[in-house]
Design a protein around this ligand. Structure first.
Ligand SMILES: C[S@@+](CC[C@H](N)C(=O)[O-])C[C@H]1O[C@@H](n2cnc3c(N)ncnc32)[C@H](O)[C@@H]1O
Length: 243
């Protein structure tokens, strides 16, 4: 995983993952830094319960803390060598406040690696370009039930947000995942889009009706069977350091 490669030079470090979920990013860090001190922070107790299992073969210490990222981080000044976050910043209504906290918690010379899919740039080629666009935009804009806030365009804003933070931007990398096969990540993302939009419609937040969502999914599957499928997803990875 590219995020883990960007922290590998820090070796046996103290690393925090903000919005760690069930721990996939920490697991990737464990592979490159098996003795690192790993700390996951998330407010979902259910997700945090899975972190220990995801990291059961990690050699260094592991901890998972329940905290709300809208509040000050429950970590001492300059404690961390590395802070990561993947696909979480869009949920925080004032990302500037969280990035100021990241700067407080990083030691001088420490590194932040903040990555996010720019969901408003999703490309899906199904059968009807107008419906593909409408579905992708509805997914990017939806504030799902577990979110306080959503910004489907946060990926493209990461560089600017970090440039305005107390951190110094090292670089911003684009990372494109694409597929012409309806398998793996592309299939999982499309099924997630379908499920999220069906749930949004069910809860009265939908801008696309359930029949259209099912019609879209059916068209994507049909086109994939005729070798006409395309999917792409652009992630931006911002690397910044505390001076
Ligand atoms: C899209 S998931 C990404 C999880 C993980 N980074 C991954 O790549 O699988 C976003 C995570 O952010 C967490 N989250 C959202 N808002 C939060 C908040 N205000 N405080 C703490 N965690 C939050 C959610 O519980 C969820 O686990």
């Amino acid at each position: 995983m590219r995020l883990a490669d960007l922290v590998a030079p820090f070796g046996r470090c103290r690393a925090i993952d903000l919005g760690c979920g069930s721990g996939p990013t920490l697991r990737a860090v464990s592979r490159v830094s098996p003795d690192a001190v790993l700390l996951g922070i998330d407010r979902s107790e259910g997700a945090l319960r899975q972190v220990a299992a995801a990291l059961d073969d990690h050699r260094g210490p592991v901890a998972a803390i329940a905290a709300d990222l809208r509040d000050p981080l429950p970590i001492a000044d300059r404690w961390a060598d590395v802070i990561l976050s993947y696909n979480t910043l869009e949920c925080v209504p004032t990302p500037e406040t969280l990035l100021a906290e990241v700067a407080r918690v990083l030691r001088p010379g420490g590194r932040a690696v903040i990555a996010h899919v720019d969901f408003d740039s999703l490309v899906v080629a199904g059968a009807d370009s107008e419906l593909d666009r409408r579905i992708c935009h509805a997914f990017a804009d939806d504030v799902q039930s577990w979110m306080d806030h959503a910004d489907g365009r946060i990926g493209r804003k990461l560089g600017l947000l970090l440039a305005r933070s107390p951190l110094e931007v090292v670089r911003v990398e684009p990372f494109l995942v694409w597929s012409s096969e309806f398998t793996g990540h592309a299939r999982r993302r499309i099924e997630l889009i379908r499920d999220v939009l069906l749930s949004a419609a069910d809860h009265g937040r939908g801008v696309v009706g359930p029949d259209e969502i099912k019609e879209w999914y059916g068209a994507v599957v049909r086109v994939a069977g005729q070798h006409g499928f395309f999917f792409s997803e652009l992630t931006f990875i911002a690397v910044a350091e505390r001076r």
